[in-house]
Design a protein around this ligand. Structure first.
Ligand code: S3P
Ligand code: PEP
Length: 432
């Protein structure tokens, strides 16, 4: 799946009535891409039910196929497309992988490639070449794997030698939890497993690391935290697993934020009784803005009265991928909204802090970049251009603001193809 074309500006629909909608969302990116990778490393075939079908998932599938896995479609329950059956094969080199803009692919797949028996060339979209990759390259070298890299970013070539010994390694995951998850995901296939330590200024997105550990344990791998920033994965087989992928709770963020923006209620089907997804924090993140949430019969209901949106100060270091949505609410709020703990989102699909500051300014608002976050001041907004910068979450942040501000023109709603290609249709259905 190519990057979206940039030829389709999208006028964000304005809400004319309080919401009363039921929403079903496609599968989780983070769960789908972990399940695909672990299935490709397992010792038997796995089936994924309701996997995400999006650009990031397609990139992971293509990458794993290039490394030797057989991945094919099988009839599913029809709601969000076919199931996927993954037959692992020996990891092969002598190939090239296009990571697009998928952080999971560019951080996870090079570690898998190290198990292979030849060179694997990695590259991605132009902006992918700006995303932090230094810890992937340093970790591989620290594990004795040769990497050809002009600097500490894409593109680079991993020269697998057929096996990785593993042992003990220290990295600095301040820029992304994905550096940790990547190593843990493949470590059961290292001869000695891996004891991994993080030493650095901060550790973002800890829930995603916990998701990684849980995904490993579900497949019979001994994997656990040994301290606040240390983990151990024992060497051993990875069991195949038939797994139903949960809906993407991070992509629930704009739909639930819409309730705060407009008032009314949204019922989100498929809310898991327990989950490792960081989107489980949405009820508490939206509460300061006046949203109340309840769970019944496997669905989350979020309700709000609408009207003035209060200000809030939130530390979102654990949930940086939800920050653009919260900042969008901040742009609509009647008092300042400050989100901190998210300096690392400057290295996401785009520099998200800069993108939000610039986009909010283009609508007449005021947002200020902080060293590790962003502060939005109350201001009347007017319609105008909202640039997506190839970033699904910046695109959907524009949609949230457009609910209350007529004439917000998202330049590239196709950016949502990264994790939720159905976004424009699902958004329209919520408002219908
Ligand atoms: O492991 C994962 O699936 C992810 C980890 C997080 O990355 P960062 O720690 O780089 O924020 C998150 O933001 C990203 O969307 C998905
Ligand atoms: C940061 C994100 O993606 P990626 O997996 O590309 O890092 C995201 O989805 O918000």
């Amino acid at each position: 799946m190519p990057a979206s074309d940039h030829s389709r500006p999208w006028t964000a629909p304005t809400a004319h009535a309080r919401l009363d909608a039921r929403v079903q969302l496609p599968g989780s990116k983070s769960l789908t891409n972990r399940a695909l990778l672990l299935a490709a490393l397992a010792d038997g075939p796995s089936t994924l039910h309701r996997p995400l079908r999006s650009r990031d998932a397609a990139i992971m599938i293509a990458g794993l196929r290039a490394l030797g896995a057989d991945i094919r479609e099988a009839p599913g329950d029809g709601q969000f497309g076919p199931d996927l059956v993954i037959e692992p094969g020996p990891i092969t080199g002598g190939t090239a992988i296009d990571c697009g803009l998928a952080g999971t692919a560019m951080r996870f797949l090079p570690i898998v490639a190290a198990l292979g028996d030849g060179p694997v060339a990695f590259d991605g979209d132009p902006h992918a070449r700006e995303r932090p990759m230094d810890q992937t390259i340093a970790a591989l070298r620290g594990l004795g794997v040769e990497v050809d890299a002009a600097d500490a970013r894409l593109p680079f070539v991993v020269h697998g030698a057929g096996a990785v010994r593993g042992g003990e390694l220290t990295i600095d995951a301040s820029a992304s939890s994905q550096f940790v998850s990547a190593l843990l995901l493949t470590a059961a296939r290292f001869d000695e497993g891996l004891t991994l330590h993080h030493r650095g200024a901060r550790l973002p997105s800890l829930p995603h690391i916990e998701m990684t550990l849980a995904a490993l344990r579900q497949r019979g791998v001994e994997a656990h935290a040994t301290g606040e920033a240390s983990w151990r994965v024992e060497p051993g087989p990875i069991a195949p697993l038939d797994e139903q992928i949960e809906p993407d709770l991070s992509n629930a963020a704009p739909f639930l934020a819409a309730v705060v923006a407009v008032g009314g209620r949204v019922v989100l089907d498929g809310w898991p009784a327990s989950t490792t997804q960081v989107g489980r924090l949405l009820p508490e993140l939206l509460a300061p803005f006046g949203a109340t949430s309840s769970v019944a019969d496997g669905a989350l209901t979020v309700e709000a009265v609408g009207g003035a949106i209060p200000g809030a100060t939130l530390d979102m270091h654990a949930a940086g991928e939800l920050a653009p949505t919260i900042v969008a609410l901040g742009a609509l709020a009647s008092a300042p909204v400050e989100v901190t703990g998210i300096g690392h989102i400057r290295g996401h699909e785009t520099d998200r802090i800069r993108a939000l500051v610039d986009d909010i300014a283009a609508l007449g608002g005021t947002a200020v970049a902080l060293p590790d976050g962003i502060r939005v001041e109350p201001a009347p907004l007017a319609g105008g251009a909202w640039r997506a910068f190839d970033d699904h979450r910046i695109a959907t942040a524009g949609a949230v603001i457009g609910l209350r501000v007529p004439g917000v023109e998202v330049d590239d709603i196709g950016a949502t193809a990264k994790t939720i290609p159905e976004f424009p249709e699902l958004w329209a259905a919520m408002l219908a």
